[in-house]
Design a protein around this ligand. Sequence first.
Ligand SMILES: NC(=O)c1ccc[n+]([C@@H]2O[C@H](COP(=O)([O-])OP(=O)(O)OC[C@H]3O[C@@H](n4cnc5c(N)ncnc54)[C@H](O)[C@@H]3O)[C@@H](O)[C@H]2O)c1
Ligand SMILES: [Zn+2]
Ligand SMILES: [Zn+2]
Length: 381
Amino acid sequence: MNFRGPFRVRADQKPYPKILHPNDAIVRVTRSCICGSDLHLYHGLVPDTRVGQTFGHEFIGVVEEVGSSVEKLKVGDNVMVPFNIACGKCAFCKQELYGNCHESNPMATAVGGIFGYSHTAGGYDGGQAEYVRVPYADVGPTVIPADMDPDDAVLLTDVVPTGYQAAEMAGIQKGDTVVIFGAGPIGIMAAKCCWLFGAGRVIVIDQLEYRLEFVKNYANAEVYNFNEIGDPVLFLKKATDWMGADACIDAVGCEAAGNAMQTITGRKTLLQAGSATALHWAINSVKKGGIVSIVGVYGPTDNLVPIGNVVNKGITIRANQASVKRLLPRLIEHVQAGRINPKAIITHRIPLEEVAEGYHMFSAKRDNIIKPVLIPPSART
Ligand SMILES: NC(=O)c1ccc[n+]([C@@H]2O[C@H](COP(=O)([O-])OP(=O)(O)OC[C@H]3O[C@@H](n4cnc5c(N)ncnc54)[C@H](O)[C@@H]3O)[C@@H](O)[C@H]2O)c1
Ligand SMILES: [Zn+2]
Ligand SMILES: [Zn+2]
């Protein structure tokens, strides 16, 4: 997969990746996904996204080669690879903030390295490919349990941990009402995970009926289409006895629809780093003293966010890139115990060579798409 410019990607031949450091591994990819985060790149909203970059931060595969210092992996291992690239040794990795590694991304001091993202996240080529170089091979990659379906495993590299962390950061107390903005894969998984933390009521807001229908069934959520409820903030206040939700989750990020001014300044003219509509709604519909948990992605520069309301309502905001490695052990258990069924959200299986069509379809939300998986030729039977 090769990025050629906004709204243009294509399948291409690129050189086989090389071991560049003794702790690298080369992985032959067997599954990779397209994510909402890839759409921010595809739509040209992320600074320093370079032509020639291979995207893809959600992938699993077979270890093909290992560098001389790799101890935990061996050739032939079937691994899932967290989307964060983390050194495992810096002050932040030691706190299990694997999304904020201080070593893997020399371009920034905020986010750590991410596979297949822009050069603001280190510029590493990603897994929407046949082969990928995996740095710090002893840190991130985790051997897939023998009884685990590869479709479940690939969703453990991002979607499940991100949804779970969104719920975790929401600080849910037993019986709490949680509102989730966004019914994409991340919002769907967050809705599912809120119950694991003891939520009493889970509400999901989107405008795509087919996704609302899915999350209603998959996660037993109460769902509303924001085009049909008037002012969503007023509606949600009313729906929560005028108190507001105990916690709100932003699972939309910088491409939110629903407010013309935010859309024009954030997505069309780029006067701010994306539209903050869902974040607005989250801050304004959470109760006083409540928690807003943000996993939707925003650019590094300014956004028009109602910070005064955050102060005056005494809201706690918690946000991060998911720390995949920290969460994997318990999430593997949840999947094995049947409490989460990740693969149910996969709607499309697309040959890697047809990646351009895959992006187009996912971007346009055609064909009731929820989660597309790309399958390279070597993994097809
Ligand atoms: N923090 C992390 O670690 C992490 C990891 C993965 C994805 N993400 C981010 O999470 C977000 C969601 O990812 P996804 O794969 O589910 O994307 P997606 O594009 O499939 O889904 C986004 C959904 O939000 C809906 N939406 C748009 N405006 C809305 C609004 N104002 N209110 C409610 N819903 C609205 C869209 O209709 C769509 O269904 C993206 O910003 C992505 O970059 C973050
Ligand atoms: Zn992702
Ligand atoms: Zn680190």
